[in-house]
Design a protein around this ligand. Structure first.
Ligand SMILES: Cc1cc2nc3c(=O)[nH]c(=O)nc-3n(C[C@H](O)[C@H](O)[C@H](O)COP(=O)(O)O)c2cc1C
Length: 202
């Protein structure tokens, strides 16, 4: 059983989503002590943004017409989609930036959404090819989006749910630490709620 742990915060050691995603992985390790955990910090080791030549390599179309740097990108795309497909559980640390996800996380998503590998177009519409996995998203945000006037500005949870559903994954679990920038009391309450949710997330 393989667990893929992905972090995507720019805040280094002070990142809340990183702290909490690590707690999620510790929890999973207590359930599956023999699980193999692969860790990717998408800020420490960033993935280049999608480009035409990188996209052209999807589906194994690598070859001499691409320069060495692009061929290296094609190998990375293959490695990333392979890691994703090989994992049974994904834990994603997702800071909310500008009502959505970090650009680093988006760059990773762009590499794993590959026609023929993780989804296909059929006569009956699109079919996800990555079914059977569980995705645990650990989200941290400065404000509040699960209730109140900002609810409609949450483009993070609906986007990630929609994205992974498109790839065929139906078991998508969200843990949110909200109010991180609203004051000490709100921040610690948000962390308390998130930690309680993490203890029963799986
Ligand atoms: C570039 C940037 C954009 C942000 N945008 C939002 C936002 O749209 N909504 C929000 O509630 N908080 C926003 N925040 C606050 C973060 O969501 C908050 O600091 C959270 O703790 C980030 O997770 P992290 O600590 O793991 O980095 C933003 C922070 C940064 C640095």
């Amino acid at each position: 059983m393989k667990i893929l742990h992905v972090d995507s915060s720019i805040s280094g050691e002070s990142s809340l989503s990183k702290d909490l995603s690590a707690i999620a992985v510790t929890h999973l390790r207590s359930i599956y002590p023999h699980a193999e955990v692969l860790y990717r910090d998408l800020v420490e080791a960033p993935i280049n943004h999608m480009t035409g030549p990188i996209f052209a390599g999807f589906g194994g179309h690598w070859g001499g017409e691409f320069d060495a740097a692009t061929q290296q990108e094609h190998r990375l795309s293959e490695q990333l989609v392979g890691e994703f497909l090989a994992s049974t559980i994904l834990v994603i640390g997702a800071p909310m930036y500008n009502f959505s996800i970090s650009t680093q996380l988006k760059a990773w998503l762009d590499r794993i959404a590959q026609q023929g590998r993780t989804f296909n177009y059929t006569e009956n519409g699109t079919v996800g090819l990555a079914s059977g996995k569980c995705v645990i998203v650990v989200s941290a945000c400065g404000g509040f989006y699960s209730h109140g006037s900002m609810m409609q500005m949450d483009f993070q949870e609906p986007y990630l749910r929609g994205f992974f559903k498109f790839l065929g994954i139906t078991d998508i679990r969200f843990v949110r630490a909200e109010g991180a920038l609203k004051g000490e009391l709100e921040r610690s309450e948000g962390i308390r709620v998130a930690k309680a949710a993490l203890s029963r997330v799986y």
